[in-house]
Design a binder for this molecule. Structure first.
Ligand code: UT7
Length: 318
């Protein structure tokens, strides 16, 4: 088997910050409720006329610069997004255009908050089976355009962001040891954002993000704990050897509960306070902000869950 790894990362968030105190002026909530129930203090959101595309392109440029690579040479772009700027062309082709990629296999995928890890797993398969040297996996989300800012249970959770990772078989510095992907289709209606017909027909209540928070929370804790066991075992590694867990950033209570049920040797990374839940970008943001703490040989486990309900994990050897 060829060795495949991640080489570098980049992120970008909008300038505008929405704090808990801002939300207190919009809905019936308090900073204390949001902080104790979610761990979130602020999130970045796009302005009304601001697009997602420049952020994901900026994230990709940073990742390319850190890897010493030129966008034009990318072999693929796998772009995870729930709400792109437009349906067609896919965001992946806009990224390819702006990076002046010469010819790349490119497409968008939607596995909700698990999307960036789905992208890593697909990239790994492409690099194993095709004549490609390296490419980009991106996660770019504008959840602020799917959230009802009169719904206090939903609007406090989300932020907007983009992240990009270079995945390569040329000098694969941080090796992907194993990946796991899946979903529980019986829970398909537990997280929901509607479609264009809902908007065109004025059925905004069907469009806005809604979830069954309690069910999702229970599912999330169980699947995160399961992935902490299952992904290392797939690589033939004792789960207790994992040094860092980089989970999807949804709610601090989910992360604390998941961490209580797994090996105490693993540190769960959280950047929730600064960004909130940024769907599939969130694992990228957390990985970026802790990247320099990882030492060669550390085992770093990326795990996520989201709408679908989907789940995904990837074990990286630093
Ligand atoms: O990445 C996508 C997947 N989604 C998730 O990972 C989210 C998973 N779920 C959660 O994070 C939590 O379920 C929430 C943060 C969404 C909600 O927390 P909770 O502890 O499950 O609260 P709850 O829904 O049980 O509501 C408790 C109370 C309710 O009031 P009553 O009925 O007890 O009077 C809510 O109306 O808290 C009320 N409430 C709020 N109060 C103040 C709900 N939102 C707010 C708010 N401020 N923002």
């Amino acid at each position: 088997m060829t060795e495949i790894g991640i080489r570098s990362i980049g992120t970008s968030v909008p300038e505008k910050i929405l704090t808990n105190d801002d939300l207190v002026k919009m809905v019936d909530t308090t900073d204390e409720w949001i902080t104790t129930r979610t761990g979130i203090k602020e999130r970045h959101i796009l302005g009304p006329d601001e697009k997602l595309r420049p952020h994901v392109v900026a994230a990709a440029r940073t990742a390319l610069e850190r890897a010493g690579l030129q966008g034009k040479d990318a072999g693929f772009i796998i772009s995870s997004t729930v709400i792109p700027d437009r349906f067609c062309p896919a965001l992946a082709y806009e990224i390819a255009h702006d990076l002046q990629v010469e010819r790349a296999l490119a497409f968008d995928l939607n596995a909700a908050c698990s999307g960036m890890i789905y992208g890593l797993a697909i990239a790994e398969s492409f690099l194993q089976t095709r004549d490609l040297a390296w490419g980009l996996v991106t996660g770019a989300e504008q959840m602020s355009t799917g959230v009802d800012y009169t719904d206090r249970a939903g609007c406090i959770l989300f932020g907007d962001a983009a992240a990009a990772i270079v995945v390569t078989k040329e000098r694969p510095m941080h090796r992907i040891l194993a990946t796991e992907l899946g979903s529980i289709p019986s829970l398909v209606n537990e997280v929901h954002i509607g479609g264009v017909k809902d908007v065109l027909n004025g059925r905004m209540k069907d469009y806005w993000f809604r979830q069954n928070g309690a069910t999702v929370m229970k599912f999330a804790v169980r699947i995160l704990q399961d992935l902490c066991e299952r992904v290392p075992r797939k690589a033939g590694i004792d789960p207790a050897a994992v040094r860092y867990v980089v989970p999807h950033q949804a709610n601090q209570r989910i992360l604390d509960a998941a961490a209580r049920g797994v090996s105490k040797n693993a540190e769960f990374i959280s950047v929730l306070e600064k960004y909130g839940n940024t769907s599939s970008s969130s694992v990228g943001l957390a990985l970026n902000d802790t990247w320099d703490r990882f030492k060669p040989g550390d085992l770093v486990l990326l795990i996520a869950f989201g709408g679908g309900l989907s789940w995904a994990g990837a074990l990286i050897e630093w």
